[in-house]
Write a protein that binds this ligand. Structure first.
Ligand SMILES: Nc1ncnc2c1ncn2[C@@H]1O[C@H](COP(=O)(O)OP(=O)(O)OP(=O)(O)O)[C@@H](O)[C@H]1O
Ligand SMILES: Cc1ncc(CO)c(N)n1
Length: 273
């Protein structure tokens, strides 16, 4: 019998389906990995922005972790929206208790629409509690700036942020994403030893809602499947590039990425046949 890899996402929701838990589960499914979720916050949002959110009680978040772990231990875990220091500390404790081997930390701070998804004091908590546990941390440029307290203007600055996150804060590796940079969409992975660049052409599109969640989720699914970090990021970059370059044109604002963009031409050639 085929052994199916399992992945868990610890994150907030998006009723409009493009980011957070929803993006993660769609992505796990696309990769053929069994997806599970622990919901931290219920968010009222869509492609136009975030209206409000409610953080679930800590005991209830913990109960969800226990429900997953006592039954179906995951091969890899991803965390996204952890809106306050308490839920970060809880997540760190549950990771340690479970001895999670593959942990992708997406340090979500601000939605693509510009709305803050975590409190100010939670930033420091990310650094202290979660970074030393991370197989890889995946900040975009504003998140990398907030975590390192440094301004990022050049590729050298991006690399320096990667160095700080690994060498000073203790992450195993850092993937600094260039979605918010100008020019090509280049991301830099630093594993404490070498820098690897993952490049893609920048597409002229506003449909990138949930791109960071989706990218981190596909990397998590790759690790759950036993890939090396390098291969998980390489395949993840191809997946997110296909998701951005085949837009669904859904929503009145910044629309979702296309979670099945990687097989879009196959779907459409079947429609024509
Ligand atoms: N217009 C674009 N064309 C091609 N690739 C892009 C574009 N925008 C972002 N990317 C890529 O998408 C991935 C996600 O990066 P990004 O920096 O946008 O994440 P993010 O800001 O955390 O996303 P979000 O907050 O919208 O979920 C990266 O690989 C980045 O290079
Ligand atoms: C729940 C959630 N997590 C992350 C993001 C960032 O894209 C978002 N918009 N919503």
């Amino acid at each position: 019998m085929t052994e199916i890899a399992k992945a868990l996402t610890v994150a907030g929701t998006d009723p409009s389906g493009g980011a957070g838990i929803h993006a993660d589960l769609k992505t796990f499914q696309e990769i053929g990995v069994y997806g599970m979720s622990v919901i931290t916050s219920v968010v009222s949002q869509n492609t136009l922005g975030v209206k409000s959110f409610v953080d679930l009680e800590l005991d209830f978040v913990e109960s969800q972790f226990d429900a997953v772990y006592e039954d179906i231990p995951p091969d890899a875990v991803k965390s996204g929206m952890l809106s306050n220091p308490e839920v970060m500390a809880l997540t760190a404790r549950k990771m340690k208790e479970a001895g999670v081997a593959n942990y992708v930390l997406d340090p979500v701070m601000i939605a693509s629409s510009g709305h803050a998804l975590i409190s100010e004091d939670a930033r420091v908590a990310v650094a202290k509690e979660l970074l030393p546990l991370a197989t890889v941390v995946t900040p975009n440029l504003p998140e990398a700036e907030a975590l390192t307290n440094k301004t990022i203007k050049t590729v050298e600055d991006m690399k320096e942020a990667g160095r700080v996150l690994v060498e000073e804060y203790g992450a195993n590796a850092a993937l600094i994403k260039g979605g918010h940079y100008e020019g090509e969409a280049d991301d830099f992975l630093y594993d404490g030893d070498t820098f690897e660049k993952f490049s893609a052409e920048r597409f002229d599109t506003k449909h990138t809602h949930g791109s960071g969640c989706t990218y981190a989720a596909v990397i998590t699914a790759g690790l759950a499947n036993g890939k090396t970090l390098y291969d998980a990021v390489k395949d993840g970059k191809a997946y997110i590039t296909a998701a951005i370059s085949n837009p669904l044109n859904i929503g009145k604002g910044q629309g979702p990425t296309n979670h099945w963009g990687h097989r879009w031409s196959e779907i459409h050639s079947k429609e024509k046949a």
